[in-house]
Design a protein around this ligand. Structure first.
Ligand code: ADP
Ligand code: ASP
Ligand code: MG
Length: 412
């Protein structure tokens, strides 16, 4: 008998029939003698719908506290419906909101971090044979206000609960049957990975593979939570996120991630003197706008161009912040482009192989894709390309590093 935390995403609880299907899946685990804690997302599309209403009234930046009250309501619906569905099957269940558990977070509305989870309520329920059905994506701050963890944050709720309860495994049940070498919606012959290391998964998630919320992987690594991604709808082993890959020959590149949520800003013709970067990025940082990639061109005539990327949602504010500052550094021009994509290759095998970057750039060049920015770390290389080349770039790199599913390709 094991203690398992299972998280079901938006598509998995997409309508009443699917919620009943999830209830049957949970019931099977109970019948097999396991203790189960369930975490659910809102019905797919619901969080977007709520967000749109919030923006209709509150503009681009609705009041954060109220927005979190609004957004968290989606999960309140699904915990109640799933608990009802479980009880219809004769399984004792109880819905719990974030503050009923309680999941304590800091006060950063919209991107709150979990600080601590009380386990007494959950343990008492489990002792009684009850399945706690917990609302993902939400918590409560020190003032008793509802907070949310950022889009896709239910994964993090689940892994954090698994860590707090010392669960035997955390299952992320979703609409794909595991982690693939690239988004299977784009690459039809992408291959499911049996295992992927925490390190690689953290990079993939942070670089845009939305199959797992980055912070959930961080938690799993830190608290050594056995984490598996698998399908809600079909049986199968899924993908295990492991600390070490044992006895396996490491592929150089394990996966490819893409992200369409960034925008690029160039400040052209600024003085090539010490302190310029901090003058440009300082005001951006003070607005709490996160900067991702940074590029400074070689100066000419004492002037240089400075380019960086921010999240698209912060693009307008970042531009406005710089307009105000432009006079001070008498920049020639400030320009922006939000039609960009970031495409990244990730693999721990890169550590021990030279020439990976060259292969990547050659493969993109062969498709006539211009690289606008590059950033590297030990186990990843990211490039920024025009958004319209995103799919082509992912496909070219998937082929270059031979990531495709051999069997499936043979059948095509
Ligand atoms: P959920 O609602 O269950 O949380 P998400 O939509 O957040 O589901 O995440 C699952 C989706 O992640 C898949 O449908 C798939 O399109 C996408 N995805 C992106 N990259 C990958 C990848 N490397 N492997 C698997 N799925 C991926
Ligand atoms: N419902 C939230 C969202 O759509 C949280 C989640 O699905 O994980 O972002
Ligand atoms: Mg998700």
């Amino acid at each position: 008998m094991a203690l398992i935390v299972q998280k079901y995403g938006g598509t998995s609880v997409g309508d009443v029939e699917r919620i009943q299907g999830v209830a049957r899946r949970v019931a099977r685990y109970k019948e097999a003698g396991h203790d189960v804690v369930v975490v659910v997302s809102a019905i797919s599309g619901e969080t977007n719908r709520l967000m749109a209403m919030g923006q209709q009234i509150g503009g681009d930046k609705p009041l954060p506290r109220e927005l979190d009250v609004l957004l968290s309501s989606g999960e309140q619906v699904t915990i109640a419906l799933l608990s009802m569905a479980l009880m219809q099957l004769g399984v004792s269940a109880k819905s719990l909101l974030g503050d009923q558990v309680a999941v304590h977070t800091d006060s950063a509305f919209g991107k709150a971090r979990i600080e601590r989870i009380d386990t007494q309520t959950l343990k008492a329920d489990l002792d009684q044979g009850v399945v706690p059905v917990v609302a993902g994506f939400q918590g409560v701050n020190g003032d008793g206000d509802i907070t949310t963890l950022g889009r896709g944050g239910s994964d993090t709720s689940a892994v954090a609960l698994a860590a707090a309860l010392h669960a035997d495994e955390c299952e992320i049940c979703t609409d794909v049957d595991g982690v693939y070498t690239a988004d299977p919606r784009i690459i039809k012959d992408a291959r499911r990975l049996d295992q992927v290391t925490f390190e690689e998964m953290l990079e993939l998630a942070s670089l845009g593979s939305k199959v797992l919320h980055p912070r959930s992987v961080e938690f799993a690594g830190r608290y050594k939570v056995p984490l598996r991604v698998l399908s809600t709808f079909q049986e199968g082993p899924g993908t295990l996120i492991t600390m070490e890959m044992d006895n396996m020959e490491q592929a150089i590149v394990s996966g490819i991630a893409h992200a369409l949520d960034e925008a690029k800003i160039t400040v052209a013709g600024v003085p090539d003197i010490p302190g310029v970067a901090s003058k440009i990025l300082g005001p951006i940082g003070r607005k709490n706008i996160e900067v991702d990639m940074i590029l400074q061109n070689t100066g000419a005539d004492g002037l240089t161009d400075f380019t960086f990327t921010v999240k698209r949602q912060d693009f307008a504010e970042a531009l406005a912040t710089l307009e105000n500052m432009a006079k001070e550094f008498s920049a020639r021009e400030i320009s922006g482009d939000d039609a960009i994509a970031k495409v990244s290759i990730v693999g721990v095998g890169m550590r021990s192989h030279a020439g990976v970057a060259t292969r990547m750039f050659d493969a993109l060049a062969a498709e006539n894709i211009n690289i606008q920015m590059i950033s590297t770390s030990e186990i990843k290389i990211s490039v920024v390309v025009a958004e319209r080349y995103m799919e082509l770039a992912v496909r070219a790199l998937h082929a270059e590093f031979e990531l495709h599913d051999q069997e499936q390709s043979a059948n095509v």
